[in-house]
Design a protein around this ligand. Structure first.
Ligand code: UT7
Length: 319
């Protein structure tokens, strides 16, 4: 029987500092009413000075290992999906690997911005199914507060910091990843990007977004990729127990649920309290719903995301 990647444990990390919409009203020409009505966001977590992406990634990874009853010694693959690595190199994944005491296997970062966790989970699944590794830590970790232009009200109100992680293992049986699809279309690179380094430009950049256009593409792309993963595995939307989406905007979540014909109580929503944490948002939402008892073993879950690039993708799994 074929191997499937089963999630053995989930974990997350959120910085303790809460920044409310009321606080942003003091700093920007915005209003809490506008932010809540247009995005559903009420507050976000922002990391203090000196906190690194790897710090959040390690905390989330330790939560996932503990939930799985495992330690770093059991892991031979670490993938960190991030657009805010600690340094240009080495990969944040190797910093995480070292802090967890892992000395074998492979570790690398994956850059697909908000779709990063979906990309990383799909890549890890392929490597486990190929038999090259036994057990993987897949982490989404971001410090978008470092990329945001705090003078730009059109983006500053949208993002937060955090990390989420899962431990997966290749096993035979009905549970695990059932289907996955990844997409990219680089023609839209200038609709959501950072206008500088690190890397070859030698400059420090800030996040720039044409929000309305990104919104339109997000709703279309998420609907089509969702259909693809459901078709691939022979399911329909009505079979889903949970949709665990990237948390960019409550209106995108509502539009996606409507297209799927699902009520919002089957969609895990964290955007109200965490805002958009890029690659961290899907594993953060998954961990939230696992720990509060909504997502249970055997549940059919759809994970999906869309982000800069554009990149987008979805994973269908039986938890
Ligand atoms: O994670 C990757 C994927 N990212 C996304 O999916 C984000 C997708 N986009 C969005 O979520 C939404 O487009 C936004 C939340 C970014 C913006 O909402 P919108 O309804 O598309 O607003 P808009 O950009 O069309 O702006 C409407 C108005 C503008 O004023 P005028 O030109 O109509 O006078 C903006 O200047 O709202 C104004 N505005 C604000 N007003 C108060 C923009 N930002 C703010 C703000 N406070 N923070």
């Amino acid at each position: 029987m074929a191997l499937r990647s089963v999630i053995l444990g989930t974990g997350s990390a959120l910085p303790p500092t809460v920044v409310t919409n009321a606080e942003l009203e003091q700093r920007l020409d915005t209003s809490s009413t506008w932010i809540v009505e247009r995005t559903g966001i009420r507050e976000r977590r922002i990391a203090g000075p000196g906190v690194k992406t790897s710090d959040l990634a390690v905390e989330a990874a330790m939560g996932a290992l503990s939930a799985a009853g495992l330690t770093g010694a059991d892991i031979d693959l670490v993938i960190v999906a991030t657009a805010t690595p600690d340094e240009t190199f080495p990969a944040t994944a190797t910093r995480v690997q070292a802090q967890l005491g892992i000395t074998r296997g492979a570790a690398f970062d994956l850059a697909a911005v908000c779709s990063g966790f979906i990309y990383a989970l799909t890549v890890a699944d392929s490597l486990l199914k190929a038999g090259q590794f036994q057990r993987a830590l897949v982490i989404g970790a971001e410090l978008f507060s470092h990329l945001v232009d705090w003078e730009d009200r059109t983006t500053a109100v949208l993002f937060g910091d955090g990390a989420g992680a899962v431990v997966i293992e290749g096993r035979e049986g009905d549970r695990g990843l059932l289907s996955a699809r990844l997409h990219a279309d680089g023609r839209h690179g200038d609709l959501l990007f950072v206008d500088g380094g690190p890397g070859s430009t030698g400059t420090v950049g800030k996040l720039r977004m044409k929000g309305r256009e990104v919104f339109r593409h997000a709703v279309q792309n998420l609907a089509s990729v969702t259909e693809e993963v459901l078709d691939d595995a022979g399911y329909s939307a009505a079979d889903l127990d949970w949709v665990i989406p990237h948390q960019a905007n409550a209106r995108i979540l509502e539009a996606t649920a409507k297209k799927l014909g699902l009520p919002m109580d089957r969609v895990v929503v964290t955007v109200d309290s965490q805002a958009n944490t890029s690659a961290a948002s899907v594993p953060l939402a998954l961990d939230t719903a696992v720990r509060d008892g909504r997502v249970k073993p055997g549940d059919l879950c759809l994970l999906e995301a869309m982000g800069g690039g554009f990149t987008w993708g979805a994973v269908l799994l039986r938890f």
